[in-house]
Ligand binder design. Structure first.
Ligand SMILES: [Fe+2]
Ligand SMILES: [Fe+2]
Length: 217
């Protein structure tokens, strides 16, 4: 993924924050991204299952926000709070800024917290600290935190704190899943030789390239 300009990708994320109408949420989201910029731009998104490259965490964050915004636009009748979706999508994996070491130090990817607390908790905790600086209704603040803590749609070591209970976090979860599945599958299929099968860690099954003659022209 050498052709990704991380500075441009970061600026795109900041542009997305400008779509957030709630002044407090917009300001908070921008502040967190700016404070965590170096980490986002240096860390992989995972320890190998997807976006496993320098700045993979930032690129994945951008893609999830882009996907989530597209889903909102595809479902105009659902009366979705786009502020919650955009805020949550941009910060859903921010807990990983604490979990993984920088790409340059490949000797150890995990550090304090990731195994015992998980990135859903780490992210919720980080965002909650930032939100404490803002005047927000307590119940609404919990809804905002639900976007981070429940973005994974399953209980597991790296999973959710509480299963998704709002439309907005369901959208974030699917937007996340699309990106986390397509990226490694694309990498595998791009390298695949015709007729060969490959398995990948995140979704361990066989992948195939299209046999459509039109596709190979
Ligand atoms: Fe995640
Ligand atoms: Fe993610």
């Amino acid at each position: 993924m050498n052709d990704i300009n991380l500075e441009n990708i970061f600026n795109n994320c900041i542009e997305y924050t400008n779509k957030i109408k709630n002044n407090n949420l917009r300001d908070c989201c921008k502040k967190i991204l700016l404070d965590q910029k170096d980490k986002l731009m240096n860390k992989p998104a995972t320890t190998g299952t997807h976006h496993y490259f320098k700045g993979g965490l930032l690129y994945h964050t951008y893609c999830v926000a882009r996907n989530a915004i597209a889903i909102i636009e595809l479902y105009p009748n659902l009366n979705i709070d786009s502020d919650l979706v955009i805020f949550g999508a941009l910060l859903h994996d921010i807990g990983k800024s604490k979990n993984y070491t920088d790409w340059s130090d490949r000797s150890e990817y995990r550090c304090n917290g990731s195994k015992l607390l998980g990135h859903s908790y780490e992210g919720t905790h980080l965002v909650e600290n930032y939100l404490s600086e803002y005047e927000l209704d307590e119940a609404f603040k919990n809804q905002v935190l639900h976007m981070i803590g429940s973005h994974m749609n399953e209980f597991s070591d790296y999973g959710t704190l509480v299963l998704p209970k709002m439309l907005e976090v369901i959208i974030i979860s699917f937007a996340d899943n699309i990106d986390a599945t397509l990226e490694p599958a694309h990498n595998v299929i791009t390298e695949a030789k015709k007729g060969s099968n490959y398995k990948i860690g995140n979704a361990p099954r066989d992948y195939y390239k299209s046999l459509n003659p039109e596709y190979h022209k």
